[in-house]
Design a protein. Sequence first.
Length: 152
Amino acid sequence: MQDPNSWGTYTQALHALNSGRYQGIGFVFTNNDPFIAIHLAHCAHDNHKINYIENALVKNLLQSYTEYADPDNLHVLIKASMLEAARQLNTITLLNSGHALSLTLRHVPDTPLSIAERQSELDTLISQFENQAKSKDTPVWQMQLPYFTLAV
């Protein structure tokens, strides 16, 4: 994975995917790209219904390219930066340089087809989880989104 000479182009990856022998395209995150993957675990069901909180995150906060990932996960790709190579926020994993991700290209309807700049949204997401971890008085996770508050 770490040897860029072993990587192919996007066109080569699509050709291999279209051969039917593969289920996705691998993408390697490096310090030379502006991308972060957000892996949302266990939130998409067989009927493609997405859990309420994750759906709100995807459609109201992140608003960037989102795809279904096997078996019941979502991937959201954003343009942003963070110091860590990876970060775990409960069931959300943030992946940065030094990681690879298999992209399925199974786009979630009603989400953008492009990868959007979402630095402030990423900072908000991280801040909300940090505040939750610091606040031991309330067992309720709350996420402040632009249009409403989620509480679980």
